[in-house]
Design a protein around this ligand. Structure first.
Ligand SMILES: *Cc1c(COP(=O)(O)O)cnc(C)c1O
Length: 304
């Protein structure tokens, strides 16, 4: 059975300075989920917590999940397995390759299986899990990226983390959230937590036709949420993992101005989109937004 995991990591809240924001009178503080731990980083830990509870309740010996060769989700899962002492299995997209991420996965003791591309595409088909269930009957299945309502509920503690630190950035309140969205699970968790109060802006790291809106809708319905206060903004810059010169320049500028490290897939695109929307007058003067740094810096090594 999984051990009882009593770990509640802390993410600092820090003021962020970017010229474009300053000029428009919009204040931003960053919730640094990239700093919760040297190995277990970002929103992926929070998305895992409810899945870990469910696995323990089911008396599972460990967890099995899927992802790509740079997956932040598998990285967090494998690191947690090593830290807290439970078995992990990763089903990977594509053909065997070595990346800094997969080398970590193996080092953390995760058992890897490469599914090829067609095999990975079959992950939503009805019989997909059957052979894995037969091979690993004591493991609990976690959907890709740690998604679903369980993943979203694990992100609710972020609200308290921000509330407790408002004084540290000189605020008495805040007006909304801004974060990168891949599946929209983390965003849905914040929408559930806010109960329709503050607006949650999701900067889409994937093109608009990737079904994020219906996915968020499904989670909110499963969570019994009637109030919706969120907006999705296209921040994909032409496609997931598409990297251009302006994006790389922005990463350097943000790192120089704030010492804030960003990776090109999610966090840099999200912050760049925020600056753009603010420049276009899309956020009213005087507003205070929390930008969630969702982590993922481990995946940056694959781009070096
Ligand atoms: C997975 C990931 C996201 C997207 O999270 P979702 O809950 O799928 O929307 C954002 N940023 C980083 C760094 C990620 O690894």
């Amino acid at each position: 059975m999984l051990p009882l995991i009593d770990w509640h990591p802390h993410a600092p809240l820090q003021r962020l300075h970017l010229d474009g924001l300053q000029q428009a009178g919009v204040q931003v503080a960053v919730l640094r989920l990239d700093l919760i731990d040297p190995l277990i980083s970002g929103n992926k830990w929070f998305k895992l917590t409810e899945h870990l509870h469910a696995a323990r309740t089911a008396r599972a010996a460990g967890l099995i999940s899927l992802g790509g060769a740079h997956s932040n989700h598998l990285h967090a899962l494998a690191a947690a397995g090593k830290r807290f002492g439970f078995a992990t299995v990763g089903l990977l997209r594509g053909h065997p390759q070595q990346t800094p991420t997969t080398m970590d996965l193996e080092r953390f003791g995760m058992q890897l299986h490469w599914l090829g591309f067609a095999g990975y595409r079959a992950r939503h088909e009805p019989g997909f899990w059957q052979p894995w269930q037969a091979m690993y009957p004591t493991l609990h299945q976690v959907p890709e990226g740690g998604g679903g309502l369980a993943g979203a509920l694990g992100c609710k503690p972020l609200l308290n983390m921000v509330r407790e630190q408002l004084g540290a950035v000189g605020w008495d309140d805040y007006d909304g959230w801004w974060l990168a969205a891949g599946t929209g699970t983390t965003l849905a968790g914040l929408v559930l937590g806010e109960q329709g109060g503050r607006c949650v802006y999701g900067a889409l790291a994937v093109p608009e036709d990737h079904g994020v809106a219906p996915q968020v809708e499904a989670i909110l319905q499963a969570g019994g949420m009637l109030e919706r206060n969120f907006a999705l903004i296209d921040a994909s810059r032409g496609g997931f993992a598409r990297v251009d010169e302006a994006l790389l320049e922005f990463i350097q500028r943000s790192e120089a101005a704030n010492g804030l490290p960003l990776e090109p897939l999610y966090t840099a695109k999200a912050l760049m989109a925020l600056e753009q929307v603010v420049k276009e007058g899309g956020i009213a003067r005087g507003r205070r937004l929390v930008f969630v740094h969702t982590g993922g810096l481990q995946g940056r090594r694959g781009f070096a």
